[in-house]
Ligand binder design. Structure first.
Ligand SMILES: Nc1ccn([C@H]2C[C@H](O)[C@@H](COP(=O)(O)OP(=O)(O)OP(=O)(O)O)O2)c(=O)n1
Ligand SMILES: [Mn+2]
Length: 509
């Protein structure tokens, strides 16, 4: 499925309307449980947390897929909750929810259902042909239901469970081994990242984007992925990448990584594209010409000015800096800017504003009030170069409509300081919020929020938010009109989505 065409959660219709769903927490981790609950609620359904109190309303009981497949275990678990076989309650696997979400409809449960007759038969056989729960002391049944069915994932496991629930089930409820969980996801992510990098360096941006989106989604998901179904249920992970996750879970290995990343060519091309100013085509042609190492490249007479700078500071630029250093660099720029014009607003954006502990560069947004007519950026750069702080220009001042942008390299004064990438953006007051949002990112978040805007007949850029935009395919039939956006919150409001603080913009919407 085209990832751009996948409906966003916010746009999902009320697919679970009239569904009263109880999810059995067994074998579901906290994160997964809450993900399902959120998705059901967003889809207009009701999550029933206490089966005992509302059982007459429950339309669906959802069990983890592995549990549904193990009928013996189902018998044990269901006999400990008060399942009334005479009601039309459907007992389904979690895959039902995943598929409904994926296809945006409330699918028929047949394919995912556990037949109640089948269970009743089994239970009856086990309990000497007596109907479910009939041979049990009503008090015991009540306690089972209270102990088990009211146990939400936040609760600690019931202290004393009746024999109907095994020790194993109790352990699974608390989603054990969180350290191993994240380790396993990290390993999968590392393999997928290799593929993303390889695709990017060969110029296959579309595929690289697909992998990066999936990586971001897996990071956001958090709990251990244990199956293909679970992987594919994560919004942002398509069937092909879910199959890779599943291959890795089964073998600890991805054949595609060997195939794509194993060759000398791919390793060299990937290294070359890390040099600032080098794209996939250039990197490939250098490989073709026989260059293999960064040392080799220094002897290449065809390097551009930017590539020479990128090569000279390669190690420093690759290194991510701590937040404190970002603050020190920003302070130097702010002091210089305010010495030129005290009314300027200087703000840090990029990964720093999103709260990342390390940053690849320093992104500084300077907002200039309409009554300031000084051409700030050239004056600022002159000052920063005279003091020796800015050491190299990568791109001289670029003008885009009302905004100006500078990309370069700087270094803090003092011993052992590294060269760092510095970006400065100067924007007018009217474009402040859209620019702040754009340069805060992340790039993935920006893409997804722009997509939301497009779905609503709007267009969002670093310059402005346009409404009344009419598109036919990629063509703009009507450019629309600018809607004032004084703050970031106003942008979220106009797009009809809940405000997200910068720390929550690491992943797509
Ligand atoms: N292709 C891109 C590149 C950038 N940006 C926006 C979002 C980024 O967050 C912001 C700054 O770009 P950076 O490359 O500096 O990225 P970050 O600051 O997010 O990360 P890093 O720590 O690597 O600098 O610009 C974008 O929307 N699309
Ligand atoms: Mn940055």
């Amino acid at each position: 499925m085209d990832p751009h065409k996948r409906p966003l959660l916010q746009n999902k219709s009320r697919i679970f309307e009239n569904c009263y769903i109880y999810i059995l927490p067994v074998a579901l981790g906290k994160k997964r449980m809450s993900l399902f609950q959120t998705q059901i609620t967003n889809g207009g359904g009701i999550c029933v947390s206490k089966l005992s109190a509302t059982k007459c309303n429950v339309t669906h009981i959802v069990l983890e897929d592995s549990v549904v497949k193990d009928s013996e275990r189902c018998v044990r678990l269901l006999s400990s909750i008060n399942v009334d076989t005479n009601t039309a309650v459907k007992i389904v696997g979690t895959q039902w929810i995943s598929k409904c979400l994926k296809e945006c409809v409330c699918l028929d449960t047949k394919e995912f259902e556990l037949s109640v007759e089948k269970i009743t038969d089994k239970v009856n056989t086990k309990s000497n042909s007596k109907p479910l729960n009939e041979d049990r002391d009503p008090g015991t049944v009540k306690n089972d239901v209270a102990d088990f069915a009211t146990c939400t994932v936040e609760d600690s496991p019931p202290k004393k469970l009746k024999p109907a629930v095994s020790e194993e089930d109790v352990c699974l409820q608390s989603s054990s081994k969180p350290r191993e969980n994240s380790e396993c996801n990290h390993l999968v992510i590392a393999e997928l990242q290799k593929l993303a990098n390889a695709f990017r360096s060969t110029g296959d941006q579309w595929r690289a984007y697909g992998y990066e989106k999936a990586i971001s989604a897996i990071k956001a998901y958090g709990s251990e992925i244990t199956s293909y179904e679970e992987a594919v249920s994560i919004p942002g992970v398509g069937s092909k990448i879910a199959a890779k996750v599943s291959e890795f879970l089964a073998s600890g290995h991805l054949r595609k990584v060997d195939e794509i990343c194993g060759s000398e060519r791919s390793q060299v091309v990937e290294l070359f594209t890390k040099v600032w100013g080098v794209g996939p085509a250039t990197a490939q042609s250098w490989f073709q010409q026989g260059f293999r190492t960064l040392e080799d490249l220094k002897a290449n007479p065809n390097l551009t000015k930017q590539q020479k700078i990128g090569l000279k500071h390669f190690d420093d630029i690759q290194d991510r800096m701590p937040r404190q250093e970002v603050e020190q660099i920003a302070a130097v720029v702010e002091t210089a800017a305010l010495s030129i014009e005290p009314k300027l607003n200087v703000e840090l954006c990029g990964s720093y504003r999103r709260g990342r502990t390390t940053c690849g560069d320093v992104d500084i947004l300077i907002t200039k009030q309409d009554n300031i007519h000084t051409d700030i950026l050239p004056c600022l750069l002159q000052q920063l170069k005279e003091s020796g702080f800015v050491t190299d220009d990568l791109v001289n001042i670029e003008v885009s409509r009302n905004q100006k942008k500078y990309l370069g390299i700087c270094r803090l004064p003092g011993e052992n300081q590294k060269h760092r990438r510095l970006d400065i953006f100067v924007v007018p007051e009217s474009e402040y919020a859209t620019a702040l949002m754009h340069y805060t990112g992340s790039a993935l978040f920006n893409r997804s929020i722009r997509l939301v805007a497009a779905h609503k007949g709007m267009s969002l850029s670093e310059h402005c938010l346009l409404a009344g935009v009419v598109r036919e395919g990629k063509e703009m039939l009507n450019d629309g009109y600018i809607v004032p956006t004084p703050t970031e919150k106003s942008i979220f409001g106009l797009l009809g989505i809940e405000y997200r603080p910068p720390e929550e913009r690491e992943h797509r919407l």
